[in-house]
Design a protein around this ligand. Structure first.
Ligand SMILES: [Zn+2]
Length: 466
């Protein structure tokens, strides 16, 4: 049967590619809400297009609350809830103004066995691979005992409000995987807490400080303007601060000194690969002869709690790790200080042994010590699906059989589409350390990989629903 499936999928390569091409041409970037299109007309157009394709194929389709579409392949005599849900999304991140594209991001191009275009790997290509898997089973007449449901949302890239709406009204199948991350299987996703804090002061040498603008990334630049300190003192402090990998640049204007700091960005789930320009500049300022007062206290307090070079939350009382999910990571990602007020953002990814409440308590205490206060946060508890569950074991055996290599479960610091789906896992489609330029310019994937994905998904459906 494996050979027959493979043959069918590879023979239908053009069908899959033309479908991806159709979907890529829909500009499904989040936009202004419109009638029947809460996330904008683009995502809605992609939803209608996908439902049309699935309906034409003879699948049972449904448009749910204008935000999610479903397509079912059911056994002839069993109309129960499908046993498997494959959760994908049709919305994409913007490409406008993104430098480096060699082709029109919304026109799929094929070259040397690869396809390029916005969404080819995230997540329009995988949607089509899953569709081809269902079509393969239908066309080859492979009998299923239970049904399978393809579920395609339209707001994954902006907080998954589509799923919130869908889940408020609908149940998911008992087994759900999303082909919107990586192989082999992601069964643990750390918890996440993104918090804002603020403080106030009077006076001080720092006229202003601005650093970072993305809450979930290591900030790669910052600057401050200071007064009342000699330029030579600043130069000396920079020279002595040889342990810092960030670069500092000084300019003088109107009797004040501007210090620019350049670091290196990294995703908040892997902060150890970045160089934090906010904590580096705060550390430098703490090495200067600042005048006493609340401003200095705040800087010193923040420097004590979130020191440059530390990414495990140790000094904020947050260092924790467990075997399953790894170590906690912390990024001080945004900081502003001006006109007697300061504010900042901290992104924490915590292991499954911790709860949001514990992270909040520790952060609260650390910020209080620094003379600031936690204003609020958004967050999610960790997501864990038992790697010994029948579902995960079945997916693993399919992966190993199809790819001919040992599979394993992995834990990540980021969140996938199934973060709030109990028992769900991410299954595909990135492989190894390949850089597919996801969310970047020239997003690509090889055609062969997508065909292999379709084979894997076909086998997974048979394993779970057959
Ligand atoms: Zn995605």
């Amino acid at each position: 049967m494996h050979e027959k499936i493979r043959e069918y999928i590879y023979n239908n390569k053009e069908r899959m590619l033309s479908m991806i091409c159709d979907l890529v041409s829909v500009h499904s970037v989040k936009g202004e809400p419109a009638e029947g299109a809460p996330f904008g007309v683009g995502p809605r157009a992609a939803l209608d297009k996908m439902i049309g394709i699935c309906r034409d194929e003879g699948f049972d389709t449904r448009l749910c609350y204008d935000v999610v579409g479903t397509a079912d392949l059911m056994p002839r005599y069993n109309k129960d809830m499908p046993a498997l849900g494959i959760l994908c999304h049709l919305d994409v991140v913007p490409a406008e103004g993104q430098e480096g594209w060699n082709t029109d991001p919304f026109k799929m191009t094929e070259k040397d066995g690869t396809i390029c275009g916005r969404g080819v790997i995230d997540d329009k290509g995988p949607v089509c691979a899953a569709f081809m898997a269902m079509k393969c089973i239908k066309d080859l007449g492979i009998p299923l005992k239970k049904g399978v449901r393809l579920i395609f949302g339209t707001d994954e890239e902006n907080g998954s409000e589509d799923l919130d709406i869908y889940l408020a009204n609908e149940k998911l199948p008992e087994n759900v995987f999303t082909p919107d991350a990586a192989f082999p299987i992601i069964n643990i996703e750390k918890g996440m807490m993104r918090s804002n804090f603020s403080g106030s002061y009077r006076g001080g040498n720092i006229v202003c400080f601005h650093g970072g603008n993305i809450p979930n990334a290591v900030p790669d630049s910052s600057y401050c303007i200071i007064s009342g300190i000699d330029t030579d003192e600043v130069r000396k402090a920079i020279e002595l601060y040889s342990g810092c990998k960030a670069d500092f640049f000084i300019t003088e204007a109107d009797g004040k000194i501007r210090i620019d700091c350049k670091g290196r960005s990294a995703h908040a789930s892997t902060p150890e690969t970045g160089i934090n320009a906010v904590t580096a500049l705060i550390a430098l300022l703490c090495r200067l002869p600042l005048e006493g007062g609340k401003q200095k206290e705040i800087l010193r307090g923040l420097n004590d709690a979130f020191p440059y070079g530390e990414t495990d939350g140790f000094d904020a009382g947050l260092r924790r790790s467990d075997e399953r999910s790894g170590a906690l990571t912390l990024v001080f990602s945004i900081f502003h200080m001006e006109n007697g007020k300061c504010s900042g953002t901290i992104d924490v990814r915590f292991p499954a042994c911790m709860t949001l409440a514990e992270v909040e308590a520790a952060e609260n205490a650390a910020l209080k010590k620094a003379g600031c206060k936690l204003d609020g946060y958004m967050g999610d508890e960790a997501h864990i699906t038992d790697e010994n569950s029948e579902f995960v074991q079945k997916l693993m055996s399919v992966y190993e059989r199809c790819e001919g290599e040992k599979g394993k479960c992995i834990a990540i610091g980021g969140g996938t589409y199934v973060h709030n789906v109990p028992g769900g896992v991410a299954f595909g489609v990135e492989r190894g350390n390949t850089d597919y330029k996801m969310h970047g310019a020239n997003e690509w994937i090889s055609v062969d990989e997508l065909l292999r994905d379709a084979v894997i998904f076909t086998e997974a459906i048979i394993e779970i629903c057959g």
